[in-house]
Design a protein around this ligand. Structure first.
Ligand SMILES: [Zn+2]
Length: 274
């Protein structure tokens, strides 16, 4: 197959899987649907991301992306379970680890070559001893999408604090009738006086945002490897476009009604079933 054919196929599979993402009803979400959605969803998007970034050249590469993507999908599922059972920081760490594995295998690296953590605006990746020919020990990428989300969160909130290592916004007025919380990318906002479950629900959305970040092909980011010479300490690798997150916001969030929207269905079901 020609390279262009492979790429168009990859885009087609990605779009199809996005559209086919379980449009289940709130009441019909079962645990196995959730696990399967995460495992298959991350498995397929990891394969497509690897293809689009030019790091799937043979069958072995494809299996590597599918396998590690699926494992990471299960990792995302477990991190959501941790978040709703009050282990928020562990959940966020596991979600970042799962995203790192996907970032690595879709960039032609070993699954644990780099371990990343998303801070507001930047994601920092640290090279582990498993990273070969590394450009730098610390790799930094910037997300314009997160910058917009951060500004939006500030504009609608009255207070901000750090909780479990993450920024949490608090608002005195609801965004709309009966809305007790909302999340823009990595930034949750809860209505003051709302129950703990609202915070947990919003933190599930934060994990979902990390999952969508990991699913997004980033063909314009600079690679991890240097040609020659010594590794530098810090390397700025470029901007993350997070196209999948954007596509999701523009399509799924609008096409599916609130109660059927996969992000809401999953968050409600996880909080209810803990
Ligand atoms: Zn929600």
């Amino acid at each position: 197959m020609k390279k262009r054919t492979i790429k168009s196929l990859a885009v087609a599979v990605l779009l199809a899987s996005l559209l086919a993402f379980p449009a289940y009803r709130l009441s019909a979400v079962s645990k196995s649907t959730e696990v399967l959605g995460n495992v298959v969803g991350s498995g397929v998007t990891t394969l497509v991301r690897g293809l689009l970034q030019g790091h799937v050249r043979n069958f072995k590469d494809a299996i590597k992306c599918l396998t590690y993507g699926s494992v990471s999908g299960y990792g995302f599922y477990q991190s959501k379970k941790l978040v709703v059972t009050d282990h928020v920081f562990s959940g966020i760490l596991l979600a970042n680890l799962s995203a790192s594995v996907i970032d690595n295998v879709t960039s032609g690296e070993g699954p644990l070559s780099y371990i990343g953590f998303s801070l507001p605006l930047v994601r920092i990746e640290i090279a582990t001893p498993l990273a070969r020919q590394k450009r730098s020990f610390l790799r930094v990428t910037v997300s314009p999408r997160d910058a917009i989300s951060l500004a939006l969160s500030f504009s609608k909130a009255d207070r901000v604090s750090v909780r479990n290592g993450m920024l949490v916004f608090e608002a005195d007025k609801p965004l709309a009738n009966n809305v007790m919380g909302w999340t823009n990318s990595l930034f949750p906002t809860v209505l003051s006086g709302s129950g703990e479950w609202v915070y947990q629900h919003e933190m599930v959305h934060v994990v979902q945002s990390l999952q969508l970040m990991a699913a997004s092909p980033e063909p314009f980011l600079q690679g991890h490897r240097r040609e020659e010479g010594k590794a530098s300490f810090l390397h700025f690798a470029g901007f993350r476009m997070q196209a999948i997150g954007l596509a999701n916001d523009l399509t799924m969030a609008k096409l599916q009604s609130y109660t059927k929207y996969w992000r809401e269905a999953e968050a409600y079901s996880l909080v209810q079933s803990k």
